[in-house]
Design a protein around this ligand. Structure first.
Ligand SMILES: Nc1ncnc2c1ncn2[C@@H]1O[C@H](COP(=O)(O)OP(=O)(O)OP(=O)(O)O)[C@@H](O)[C@H]1O
Ligand SMILES: [Mg+2]
Length: 289
C-alpha cells in the first residue's frame, strides 16, 4: 500500500489559525429508553472538515450514523436535547439549530407529490430565510440551471409519481445544491437504487461536487461506494459509537474501474470490512468489489 493511496489518519484537528468549515467537538448523545435508562449512542466524537471534500461515513447498522449526521446539521431528534454534550461549529460559529448553509438529502427523497419537478426544486426559496437571501429572478435562474445540470430539464413539468427512483433522487439533489450549501449531509442517498442507477448517481454527484464544491458528509453501508467517492473515509464503531478509523484517499475523480480493482484499494477495502466485522457483525454492509 502506498502512502499516496492511503493518507494518514485525519482525526486530530489541524493546528491552523483558520477555523475549519465544520468542527464537531466531544459529541456525546444519549437517548432515553422506554424503561427510563439512557442509551449512549455517540461517545466523544471529534471531527473537523477543513475544506470542500467528500467524506464517507460508515459503521454498523444502528450505531449512530444518522444521529451524527443530524447533529452536524443542527437538527434535533424529536423531543431530544441535541447534543447531550459537545459542540458543533460551522465557520467557528456554534450551530444550535438548522443552519442555512447546511442541507440534508435522505434515501427517501422527500419530494412533494403535489408539486412538479421545477416547483420541488424552487420550493426552498419560498421560505423567509431564502426569500431574504435570493431575489425571485435569481432563484428561478438557479433552478433552471440546476435542472440542466442534473439532467431533468425535460422533466421539469412532471410530478414525482411520474419519475423513477433515480430521477426522484436527482430532484432531491437539485433542491439541495440549488441553495449552494457549504455543507451537504447525505444519509444513504443511493441506498434504495438499483446498481446501474446508483453508479450513474455516483458519477453525477462527483460532477456536481466539482462544479459546486462543499463539504459532503455521506453515510453509506456500501464499502465500494465509500472508496469510489470518498476523499476521506470515516468508520464508526458499534454503540456507543466512536471513530475507529479515519483515512484519506488521494486518487483523483473520476476513479476508474481499473483503480478500483487495484491492490491498494483491496487493502483499504479489507481494512474497512475488518472494522465492520469486528463491530459485532450486525452491520448490513454491502460488498460489491
Ligand atoms: N429519537 C430517538 N429516541 C430514542 N432512540 C433513538 C432516537 N433516534 C435514534 N435512536 C436510537 O439510536 C441508535 C442510533 O440510531 P441511528 O438512526 O443514528 O443509527 P444509524 O447508524 O443511522 O442506523 P442505520 O444503519 O440503521 O441507518 C439506535 O439504537 C436507535 O434506536
Ligand atoms: Mg441511519
Amino acid at each position: 500500500m502506498t502512502a499516496a493511496a492511503l493518507g494518514k489518519t485525519a482525526a486530530a484537528p489541524a493546528q491552523t489559525a483558520a477555523k475549519p468549515l465544520v468542527a464537531a467537538t466531544d459529541i456525546v448523545q444519549e437517548y432515553e429508553q422506554p424503561d427510563g435508562k439512557m442509551l449512549r449512542v455517540l461517545d466523544s466524537v471529534n471531527l473537523t472538515f477543513e475544506r470542500p471534500s467528500i467524506n464517507m461515513l460508515l459503521g454498523p447498522s444502528g450505531c449512530g450514523k444518522s444521529t451524527l449526521l443530524r447533529m452536524l446539521g443542527g437538527v434535533r431528534p424529536w423531543n431530544v436535547a441535541t447534543p447531550t454534550s459537545g459542540r458543533v461549529e460551522i465557520d467557528g460559529q456554534a450551530c444550535v439549530g438548522p443552519h442555512p448553509d447546511t442541507v440534508m438529502v435522505f434515501q427517501h427523497y422527500a419530494n412533494r407529490p403535489d408539486m412538479t419537478v421545477r416547483e420541488n426544486v424552487l420550493y426552498p426559496f419560498g421560505f423567509s430565510e431564502w426569500k431574504r437571501r435570493v431575489p425571485p429572478k435569481e432563484a428561478t435562474e438557479r433552478v433552471d440551471q440546476m435542472l440542466q445540470e442534473v439532467g431533468l430539464a425535460d422533466k421539469r413539468d412532471q410530478y414525482p409519481s411520474q419519475l423513477s427512483g433515480g430521477q426522484n433522487q436527482r430532484v432531491a439533489l437539485a433542491r439541495a445544491l440549488v441553495l449552494r450549501p457549504r455543507v451537504l449531509l447525505m444519509d444513504e442517498p443511493f441506498g434504495a437504487l438499483d446498481a446501474q442507477t446508483r453508479s450513474n448517481m455516483q458519477d453525477l454527484l462527483c460532477r456536481l461536487h466539482a462544479a459546486h464544491p462543499c463539504v459532503v458528509v455521506f453515510v453509506t453501508h456500501d464499502v465500494t461506494e465509500a472508496l469510489l467517492l470518498g476523499d476521506r473515509v470515516i468508520v464508526l464503531s458499534t454503540q456507543p459509537a466512536r471513530i475507529i478509523d479515519d483515512f484519506t484517499i488521494t486518487e483523483r475523480q473520476p476513479r476508474s474501474q481499473q483503480w478500483l480493482m487495484g491492490a491498494d484499494v483491496r487493502v483499504m477495502y479489507e481494512r474497512v470490512v475488518a472494522h465492520l466485522r469486528a463491530s459485532g457483525g450486525r452491520g448490513n454492509m454491502r460488498v460489491t468489489v
